[in-house]
Design a protein around this ligand. Structure first.
Ligand code: ADP
Ligand code: ADP
Length: 237
């Protein structure tokens, strides 16, 4: 599904932010990416979605080399990548439903979305997703009226709306209390299994990650220093 081969990144004037990173993630596999601040986690996520161009190496998504794509081809390829953010990145004044539908913006087109003409099939799928994440009572609520946990559920439904193959998840629980954090991690892992999605979750709470994921990748100074089952991580540390 996702394959990184010898990916390195050197920012202008800086030292290596990523140093020869290689790993594969299979469909249905959820990976927690851990490591101290400055280890290169964000850079790695950005090299995968091509917000940052790697200095060296290859990023393959379903056998297509993302680092070689440009313009329209890159936008098409990116549609396979769903993003979920720490701060949810919702449009606060829009309803829950509209936020989820906006996951399809790239397909529906900006003007149709302004006119709020969404295809019936999209509305149906959005309704199903919102039901699945436990928000079926909240479709018409403005998203700024939601709790943090509910906002993140909207963020998850929006990402799934584009029917991605891969989810990139940046600190999904950093703004949540412990109970909501566990619920969100459980939901994310269940959905990936149900939909056969690969996911990389950038997370600093190692104990939380260990509770839910089957694989942990540890980064330190830009290099992979651990790749294995969470149990093995506890033995090593
Ligand atoms: P993490 O997400 O694990 O905290 P980052 O990927 O943000 O790590 O950072 C990795 C290294 O790259 C750090 O040394 C950081 O200072 C550097 N870095 C990150 N972004 C930039 C940038 N835009 N320009 C220059 N250096 C950067
Ligand atoms: P268009 O120009 O056709 O509107 P975009 O480039 O805005 O398309 O978005 C195309 C796809 O790229 C979207 O499905 C979205 O998931 C993805 N995408 C857009 N911005 C980002 C981003 N900052 N990080 C990751 N993926 C993104």
């Amino acid at each position: 599904m996702l394959e990184l081969k010898g990916v390195s990144k050197r920012y202008a004037g800086g030292e290596l932010a990523l140093n020869n990173v290689s790993f594969n993630v299979a469909a249905g596999e959820v990976v927690a990416l851990i490591g101290p601040s400055g280890a290169g986690k964000s850079t790695l996520i950005r090299c995968i979605n091509q917000l940052v161009q790697p200095t060296d190496g290859q990023v393959l998504l379903n056998d297509s080399r993302l680092e070689l794509l440009k313009g329209r081809q890159l936008r098409m390829a990116r549609r396979q990548i769903g993003m979920i953010f720490q701060n949810y990145a919702l449009v606060e004044r829009l309803s829950v439903m509209e936020n989820v539908l906006s996951g399809r913006l790239a397909y529906v087109g900006f003007w149709q979305s302004l006119l709020r003409r969404y295809p019936a099939a999209d509305i149906k799928y959005a309704t199903q997703l919102l039901d699945r994440v436990g928000l079926s009572e909240m479709l018409d609520k403005r998203s700024d009226a939601l709790s943090g946990g509910q906002k993140q559920r909207v963020g998850i439904a929006r990402a799934l709306m584009q029917r991605p193959a891969l989810l990139l998840v940046d600190e999904p629980t950093a703004s949540l209390d412990p109970k909501s954090s566990r619920q969100i991690m459980r939901l994310l892992c269940e959905l990936c299994r149900e939909q056969n999605l690969a996911a990389i979750i950038n997370i600093h709470d190692v104990a939380l990650a260990q509770q839910f994921v089957s694989r942990v990748i540890g980064l330190q100074q830009g290099a992979v220093v651990f790749d294995g089952k969470p149990e093995a991580l506890s033995e090593q540390v």
